[in-house]
Design a protein around this ligand. Structure first.
Ligand code: ARG
Length: 477
């Protein structure tokens, strides 16, 4: 087995270690087992944090110069070296080494190779624990902003339909049974509301993501002369994490982000499921744009809603990622534990998945065509106006429970004849309840039923029109 002196003859003379030893190698007297290097590396995925790592290190170096720990010249040498490395990584010519474990040690080692001893001063007053957290928070902050933009695009796709679909009435369902009529625009705005809550959740989560952990060092802070506010300003963090022990162990910010993304995925999955159903021959409510469907290799007639199915399917992995993260931190003692390295892939995957789904959903929503003729042809089926008629009877002074039963009986009569309520005779209505007169015909039928709605938040045409205007203003469309 190689000893420290074998592999690092300079160590005892206080000289920098040669390139093949770990930055933490001083206390070790031998090499890491190759299997351990492979098992414990994170660089294969945390290399995605390289711009955030360089940015964080530049801010840290300049701060160290501001407090006199580094000279201005040293800091600028470090900055130039880091910028050089960033360019190389962006160009794809940088070689990440697995034996250097993660993106942070790879960049630091490359810096030392480039600028020599000055590079060995960069890690003063910090640890990888606060470095990882800083980089990850910077990355998630950008992820939140991307998701926010994509959610806005999707809302705009829904609102963009409102002009053309303004007069369309859809059957509204509960238990997937026909319930009451709703305007198509009411439906589109229902999704706008869901995705708005997602945006609000992301914005709220961003406030907690946007706290600077750097300065926590490993877990207890540092004795070095650092100025955390200086770094926070440079990196545009809103505040400083207050407790180093908390910060070293904290992944709440990542989990909150993953949760906010999970609800986005759930909302997309609801839409996907609904539109898959709507595009069947049985429903035939919507035609999905063909560019977002695929065919079958055996059945020539098939036009399958694969994109919507995959949006629904991919929600499973987003939920799984959240669950992994929650289980990951369960029972971890303070402060940093290596388990936490397992957070990145889960978060990256949720972000990648949800962003792709959002992008596709926007395009499908913009391109789908309501099959209005077919919808209208069956709109008077299913007694969508029964509740409106019941409320009409209540307004004539009948208690709700009584009115419910009377209209229930009328629906049963209509069902037996296989006709809509509007086709029952005045005699039949009057037999059901004496106070029912010709005015019933003014509330029956889905068009009149829609017009009868009043309450705030309802599908009443004036209410919906107000909401459309509000959303257009809010989304600046
Ligand atoms: N690769 C590690 C991670 O991503 C870096 C932090 C390591 N810290 C430590 N004390 N070993 O979590």
């Amino acid at each position: 087995m190689a000893t420290k002196t074998d592999q690092n003859p300079a160590a005892s003379s206080g000289q920098p270690a040669p390139g093949n030893t770990k930055p933490w190698g001083g206390v070790f007297d031998g090499d890491t087992a190759p299997l351990v290097e492979k098992f414990s590396e994170s660089v294969s995925y945390d290399c995605r944090l390289y711009t955030q790592d360089v940015r964080g290190s530049i801010a840290h170096a300049r701060m160290l110069a501001s407090t006199g720990v580094l000279t201005d010249g040293e800091a600028e040498q470090i900055v130039a070296g880091l910028e050089d490395i960033q360019r190389e990584i962006a160009a794809g010519t940088f070689l990440f080494r697995q034996d250097l474990e993660d993106v942070h040690m790879n960049i630091e080692r490359a810096l030392v190779e480039r600028i020599g001893d000055v590079g060995r001063k960069l890690h003063t007053g910090r640890s990888r624990n606060d470095q990882v957290s800083t980089d990850f928070r910077l990355w998630i902050r950008e992820g939140i902003d991307r998701a926010e933009r994509l959610l806005g695009d999707l809302q705009r796709a829904f609102v963009g339909r409102c002009e053309a679909d303004a007069s369309v009435i859809l059957p509204g369902y509960t238990h997937l049974q026909r319930a009451q009529p709703v305007l198509a625009n009411h439906y589109w705005l229902a999704y706008c509301e869901k995705f708005q809550r997602d945006r609000d959740r992301l914005a709220d989560c961003r406030r907690r993501v946007n706290q600077l952990p750097l300065g926590t060092a490993a877990l207890a802070g540092t004795t070095m002369d650092i100025d955390r506010q200086h770094v926070a300003d440079a990196l545009e963090f809103e505040g400083l994490v207050a407790n180093s022990l908390d910060s070293s162990s904290d992944r709440d910010f990542a989990i909150e982000y993953a949760f906010a993304l999970t609800l986005v995925a759930e909302h997309l999955s609801t839409l996907a499921e609904e539109w898959i159903l709507w595009s069947t021959v049985e429903f035939n409510f919507i035609k999905l744009p063909q560019a977002y469907c695929t065919g079958s290799s055996i059945m020539p007639q098939k036009i399958n809603p694969d994109v919507m199915e995959l949006i629904r399917g991919k929600t499973a992995r987003v939920v799984g990622n959240l669950q992994s993260l929650l289980v990951l931190i369960k029972g971890l003692p303070l402060a940093y534990n290596r388990d936490l390295q397992e957070d990145k892939q889960r978060v990256f995957d949720s972000a990648d998945t949800v962003e792709a789904c959002l992008q596709l959903a926007s395009e499908v929503v913009a391109g789908a065509e309501l099959q209005v003729e077919n919808i209208n042809a069956r709109l008077e089926r299913g007694y969508l106006d029964a509740t409106t008629l019941m409320e009409h009877l209540i307004k004539l002074g009948v208690p709700q429970r009584t009115a419910h039963e009377i209209i229930g009986n009328l629906v049963a009569t209509a069902m037996k004849q296989d006709v809509p309520l509007a086709e029952l005779t005045l005699e039949e209505f009057q037999a059901a309840h004496a106070s029912l007169d010709e005015s019933v015909y003014q509330v029956l039928g889905v068009k009149q039923a829609i017009a009868a709605f009043k309450s705030v938040g309802s599908t009443a045409p004036e209410r919906v029109a107000e909401q459309v205007t509000l959303w257009r203003k809010r989304l600046k469309t």
